[in-house]
Design a protein around this ligand. Structure first.
Ligand code: DUC
Ligand code: ZN
Ligand code: ZN
Length: 468
């Protein structure tokens, strides 16, 4: 579909590299030029549509590299479909997601990937890519990895947690890492020692410790740090890069820092829930803590300082959401009386850009670092840059006109995610997406949805741009 020429005037363009008072010219689905606001060049542009961004930022659309739409988990499914989840993402200023296709045990990667294509195709409001969850590392699935890399599915998540479901033992992990060392794929690791955690779960339940807060207690910080350390050593042995997802414990950040100080291709991701929430939430009475059950778990608030520091030093280089919503009524409920049966996951795809902007206002990160963590680095990490993650000639016109003064209260009553609670209920933030463009089309404007299911297309990805 062609959208003619659009010009965005009078805004402050912020990318990971620059802040410029510039106008942006879009032709069809792509950015074609930037020029200083008021310059003869910008004034000479003729367009079919002008978007006025006075007093606003003009930023690249967010890239959320970790979502789980419709994920089957714990006997139920994540409550956002690709349609509802990507629409909510658009409202929150995110214009690309990378979701996790799942290989189940006994099935091929191909079957899993085809199933996820079928769920997403024709349903998405914004562009999307896939990572592949490998639950069954076999001779066959190792060979399939090469084919997936060629098709633009260039990253593979393995689990050291969830024995009997997604879990891979060290031998399987090593084999997958060796394969990715050869084919350019990036191994993403859920680093928690699931075998030890399951022992602690059993002991906790035997002691009648059944409330949601025990989810946080049994998934010990040391078991995240130990698994992170082990994953790093296995990657070194295999000669492969490693990306550790949803890092929450200070001791795990220390493992990443040590590896990175050695110059290794080891990268870390954290999520807003670990930066803004804590075990205090998990301990909320009347089973309310179930709303905050995810893995890795929320940590005592003292860990937050280490995460913010990691984001500044680049020992953590991406903030994704791990968006995996389950309704409080009817889904989280499954774990009343047994915390281990609470489906793991939090909603957040709509909240990430605004929470990170608030983090800028609170003095944790600079404005350009906000864009780097939320747009540019995930795009580079997962082979989407410069098509996604920046505003530059040739890039997709995935652009957000962001009003940095718009103060509002996050709430389930007003959010667009298909889930009956907000993890950030009542939190006031300043700054919100006003106008959101996906490949040149306005999909959200002033709180109104103007997009449609099926606008979003699958984006084949190149390999990680950070490897040295
Ligand atoms: N963690 C979650 O919280 N949900 C889904 C899978 C995961 O690893
Ligand atoms: Zn995980
Ligand atoms: Zn996840």
């Amino acid at each position: 579909m062609t959208h003619g020429r659009t010009v965005i005037r009078n805004g402050l363009v912020i990318t990971a590299a620059d802040e410029l008072h510039a106008d942006v010219l879009i032709d069809g689905e792509r950015v074609v030029a930037l020029a200083a606001t008021g310059s003869p060049e910008a004034q000479a542009w003729r367009a079919d549509r002008t978007i006025d961004a006075t007093d606003c930022y003009v930023i690249p659309g967010g890239v959320d590299a970790h979502t789980h739409m419709e994920l089957p988990f714990g006997g139920t499914f994540a409550s956002d479909t690709f349609e509802t989840g990507t629409r909510a993402a658009a409202f929150g200023g995110t214009t690309t997601i990378v979701d996790f296709a799942v290989q189940s045990v006994g099935h091929s990667l191909r079957e899993g990937l085809d199933a996820w294509h079928a769920k997403a195709q024709g349903n998405c409001a914004i562009d999307y890519g896939f990572h592949m969850i490998m639950s069954d590392v076999t001779e066959q699935s190792l060979k399939e990895m090469d084919l997936l890399v060629e098709e633009g599915v260039t990253s593979f998540k393995l689990f050291m947690a969830y024995p009997g479901v997604f879990y891979s033992d060290d031998g399987r992990i090593l084999r997958a890492m060796q394969r990715s060392a050869g084919n350019g794929g990036l191994i993403m690791m859920h680093a928690e020692n699931g075998i030890a955690i399951d022992v602690l779960v059993e002991q906790a339940l035997a002691a009648r410790h059944t409330d949601p807060r025990y989810h946080g207690e049994v998934r010990r910080e040391l078991l995240e740090a130990e698994a992170t350390h082990r994953a790093i050593q296995l990657a070194r042995v295999a000669g492969s890069p490693l990306y550790v997802v949803h890092v929450s414990a200070e001791q795990a950040v220390a493992e990443l820092a040590q590896a990175r100080d050695l110059g290794l291709n080891v990268f870390g991701e954290t999520c807003p829930q670990y930066l803004f929430l804590s075990t205090d939430n998990l301990a909320e009475p009347d089973f309310e803590g179930a709303k905050y059950v995810c893995s890795t778990p929320l940590r005592p608030r003292e860990h937050q300082a280490a995460l913010w520091r990691g984001l500044r030093t680049n020992d953590l280089s991406v903030v994704s959401t791990d968006h995996c919503p389950f309704c409080f009524v009817g889904q989280k409920d499954l774990g009343r009386g047994d915390f281990s049966k609470i489906p793991n996951g939090l909603p957040g795809v709509e909240n990430r850009m605004d929470l990170l902007h608030q983090a800028h206002l609170d003095g944790h990160i600079s404005r350009r670092r906000w864009i780097e963590l939320a747009c540019a680095t995930p795009a580079r990490m997962f082979g989407l840059y410069p098509r996604k993650g920046t505003i530059a000639p040739g890039a997709d016109a995935d652009i957000v006109v962001f009003d940095p003064h718009d103060r509002y209260t996050m709430s389930a009553a007003t959010h667009h995610m298909n889930v009956d609670y907000s993890a950030y209920e009542g939190r006031q933030v300043t700054g919100r997406a006003r106008t959101v463009l996906s490949r040149g089309a306005v999909v959200v404007d002033g709180g109104e949805y103007l997009g449609h299911a099926g606008h979003g297309t699958f984006v084949p990805r190149a390999t990680c741009a950070y490897l040295n």
